[in-house]
Ligand binder design. Structure first.
Ligand SMILES: [Zn+2]
Length: 260
């Protein structure tokens, strides 16, 4: 099919990422949309290569490889369950050097120097909470890179919610997990709604914690995880309902609002 956008190459993506501020040695969780980048020569694997080129041997690339919808129909298998968070995250998961955390619905997969340290023990009841890979990454001075997506895809905001100790947590969810040939049921913490997170964008810009620029034709944002958690923590301490959405059909935010 003909395409109108210019072709993006590994070299061009690499230079765009550097211009945005990504540097060798960084640890970064990337929330990417492949289609937002324009026409990428070689597809998702080219984007992964460009990211790894910039991060170098001392850096770490992490991505969400969530499977929340998948476990409805088949048990989670850490080795084979595909990521439901986009083609780039699945390309990372399929790399030989990738390490995936064990969480049945909210696993994180990483490549690089800090991959094992970030993805080790991932408690089922701390999906995106204290001690989860995303919390660990932020504590290590890690970065968040949004590629063509907004903050409603930024799962580190859920970490900040958990650290803020808000009263709404929801009932745990029981999901099937394949282990050593058997299928066992595991209780995991629900993560909740993120639709209201887009309202954070202006505050993050005002706080000066966001670097913004293009990668390919995608609008991208780069920010430190710890700075974001501090910002969200401050917002939630003065207004605990600040990030709840106002969508009519959202039972999570309606319940949460009632508990405040
Ligand atoms: Zn909601």
């Amino acid at each position: 099919m003909p395409h109108e956008d210019p072709v993006q190459t590994r070299h061009e993506l690499r230079e765009n990422l550097r211009s945005l501020g990504l540097e060798a040695g960084y640890e970064v969780v990337v929330h990417p949309s492949l289609s937002s980048l324009g026409w990428v020569e070689g597809g998702a694997d080219t984007v992964v290569d460009a990211l790894l080129d910039v991060l170098g041997d001392r850096g770490t690339l992490a991505v969400p490889t969530f499977t929340s919808g998948l476990v409805e129909s088949r048990p989670f298998d850490r080795c084979t369950s595909p990521s439901q968070t986009g083609a780039i995250t699945e390309a990372v998961r399929c790399r030989a050097s990738a390490v995936r955390s064990s969480h049945p619905t909210h696993s994180v997969t990483a490549i690089g120097c800090g991959a094992s340290a970030i993805t080790r023990a991932h408690p089922p009841m701390h999906s995106v909470g204290r001690g989860s890979p995303l919390h660990r990454l932020a504590n290590r001075g890690g970065w968040i890179l949004l590629v063509g997506v907004r903050h409603d895809r930024n799962s580190t905001i859920h970490v900040a919610e958990r650290l803020a100790g808000l009263p709404f947590k929801g009932m745990p969810r029981t999901v099937p997990v394949r282990r050593d040939g058997d299928v066992v049921d595991i209780d995991v913490a629900r993560v909740g709604c993120s639709r209201g997170f887009t309202t954070l964008e202006a505050a993050a810009e005002d706080a000066g914690i966001v670097r913004r620029g293009p990668v390919g034709v995608a609008d991208c944002q780069l920010l430190r995880g710890d700075a974001l958690i501090d910002l969200v923590g401050g917002m939630l301490s003065s207004d605990p309902g600040r990030l709840l959405c106002e969508t009519d059909d959202c039972w999570w935010c309606a319940d949460a609002s009632a508990e405040l």
